[in-house]
Design a protein. Structure first.
Length: 322
């Protein structure tokens, strides 16, 4: 009977080292600020690599490949340190003045309208960001009963992916239509939400995807969002909600989030995945986010909407600090 330390022989040792040599640079890509499409796509796989490293470590320990195990422990420690902020929530209690923000990408207007309205009712949404909303989707949402729930509206629908509308229960004023036609983003209207305890500025976000031919525009778009956020008055409560087409694994996105709070991380939601939905590929990445400053997070989550490839996201925000 073979000894445990020789389990799998040289082939297993080679395979384990090959796994380490793949995982290490993949995890390292998290710190590479790139506009190369392939690099950007590989960065989204960092959470998957973390699970792969855990598997490598387990096999290496069982098979007594101690050198591999030591390297795997180091890699896993890095991944664990990166994951800690996403599971250690820092929320505040709910109160009367809470603001509930939801964002839903309707996938070229194809999302099931009753599902959207049901989600709005279930979470008592105050402000709803609707991305890729088409004229037909507007009609279906009206028939499904959205108008009495969120009578205020800003933005425009379009027959392509460029339509963005913000619906609100609370009076709002359009500050910027977002119709500049920039290749760095789809339509991104900015509104001021007029609340009794002070206005909140909200920008709807719909960044372009980092396709092989469009990754440079994608990165420039994130830089534009960062610059816009830096120009906003420091004392003004601010929310940025929508489809950023990027995640915490992208350095450009982390620069946008700097001095902001990601609602799902603050709520301790862990590995949130909003895309892709409804395909053979399981959801792997959080492309959709609610970011804020000057507000505190009460809770956050996701909602599966029928007939769209994105999960909707929501966040309950408090205007006061504990």
């Amino acid at each position: 009977m073979p000894r445990v330390k020789n389990f799998g022989g040289k082939l297993l040792t080679v395979l384990l080292w090959a796994g380490v040599l793949v995982a290490a640079p993949l995890i390292g890509l998290r710190w590479v600020d790139s506009s190369i499409g392939m690099v950007v796509v590989l960065q989204t796989m960092v959470p998957v690599a973390a699970f792969g490293v855990a598997g490598l470590l387990l096999v290496a320990v069982v098979a007594r490949r101690w050198r591999v195990a030591v390297v795997a422990v180091a890699l896993f420690s890095v991944c664990a340190l990166l994951a800690v902020p996403s599971v250690l929530g820092h929320t505040v209690p709910s109160g009367r003045g809470d603001l509930v923000v939801m964002s839903a990408n309707l996938d070229f207007g194809g999302a099931d309208a009753p599902s959207v309205v049901t989600a709005v009712r279930a979470h008592r949404v105050d402000v709803l960001v609707l991305l890729e909303i088409t004229p037909d989707a507007v009609e279906r949402l009206t028939l499904a009963g959205l108008d009495p729930l969120l009578p205020e509206s800003a933005g425009v629908s379009r027959p392509d992916a460029g339509g963005t509308i913000i619906r609100s229960r609370i009076p709002l004023t359009l500050l910027d239509s977002g119709l500049g036609g920039s290749p760095l983003a789809f339509n991104e209207p900015v509104v001021s939400i007029h609340r009794p305890d002070g206005d909140v500025v909200l920008r709807a976000i719909h960044s372009p995807p980092p396709t092989p031919s469009g990754a440079a525009d994608w990165r420039s778009g994130l830089a534009h969002l960062q610059a816009w956020r830096e120009r906003q008055p420091a004392g003004q409560p601010l929310v940025m909600a929508g489809d950023f087409n990027s995640s915490q694994t992208h350095p450009g996105f982390r620069k946008v989030v700097d001095r902001m709070t990601d609602a799902h991380r603050a709520a301790g939601q862990g590995w949130v995945r909003t895309w892709p939905i409804g395909s053979r590929v399981p959801p792997l990445i959080q492309l959709d986010h609610v970011l804020m400053r000057g507000l505190e997070v009460v809770d956050a989550g996701t909602v599966t909407i029928a007939d769209t490839d994105h999960r909707a996201i929501w966040a309950r925000l408090s205007p006061h600090r504990p």
